[in-house]
Design a protein around this ligand. Structure first.
Ligand SMILES: N[C@@H]1[C@@H](O)[C@H](O)[C@@H](COP(=O)(O)O)O[C@@H]1O
Length: 242
């Protein structure tokens, strides 16, 4: 696992963008994408760049259940606004939050099998979730319907008008599904992520801390801003950037 610490989220996002570009030059064709506020700067850089993504396939991690693609709070709408309207991809996949659970989850696994993810962008929840895989999710999980914990509802309610509007369930790639990506770039910014980052990177690998499973993946790059790195004990990583 390589850990890179940049002074600001802006610089960290630039670093992530450059890594993606490098992977595309090496032949990457499928990008796994994330939502939330963390990748917003990265998507901004991608939007403003001259890079052509029209030969690429995008596969998102998750979607709220019960929200249709045109609901402004859906991750479909988020991705269109943040990236796809400005930068069309050849194909983009996001789980259909209105579709039947069993069918949609199996279908999503099929899509990923047919389009193996070259580079997966990940954020991390303050409770260590990746995708919408909350603490306690089995490491061998595949795409499934998940119940959001109150901590996640609280963290995500800022995007909604009222707390009761936040969906309580989502379809999310499973942890095993995420680990199938050839390369994973985990982004985390801000002091509020410092504890989860420390536990995920330096704590025991446990289903109680979903992101800790990344310690087992052979090709993970973590890009942090200084605030998110404050609780890391491996200070040499911060200075050495390796
Ligand atoms: N499903 C998403 C995750 O993929 C994301 O990593 C997390 C962190 O969000 P933020 O980046 O806004 O802190 O939020 C949501 O729950």
């Amino acid at each position: 696992m390589k850990i890179i610490v940049k002074t600001t989220a802006e610089e960290a996002s630039k670093e992530a963008f450059e890594l993606i570009q490098k992977e595309m030059e090496k032949g990457a064709k499928v990008l796994g994408l994330a939502t939330g506020s963390t990748p917003v700067k990265l998507y901004d850089i991608m939007r403003k760049s001259a890079v052509d993504f029209s030969g690429m396939t995008a596969i998102n991690l998750d979607e709220y259940t019960g929200l249709s693609a045109d609901d402004p709070n859906s991750y479909h709408a988020f991705m269109k606004e943040q990236l796809f309207n400005a930068k069309p991809f050849k194909k983009s996949y996001i789980p259909d939050g209105m579709a039947d659970e069993a069918k949609e989850c199996a279908h999503y696994e099929e899509i990923i099998k047919e389009n193996p993810i070259d580079v997966q962008i990940l954020g991390i929840g303050t409770n260590g979730h990746i995708g919408f895989n909350e603490p306690g999710t089995a490491f061998d999980s595949k795409t499934q319907k998940v119940a959001l914990l109150q901590a996640t509802i609280d963290a995500n309610k800022r995007f909604f008008e009222r707390e009761e509007d936040v969906p309580r369930f989502a379809y999310s790639m499973g942890i095993q599904t995420i680990l199938c990506a050839k390369k994973i770039i985990l982004l985390a910014f801000g002091k509020q992520k410092a504890e989860a980052v420390q536990k995920a990177l330096e704590g025991p690998v446990t289903e109680a801390m979903p992101a800790s499973v990344l310690q087992r993946h052979p090709n993970v790059i973590v890009i942090l801003d200084e605030d998110a790195a404050t609780l890391l004990n491996r200070k040499e990583l911060i200075k050495g950037m390796e």
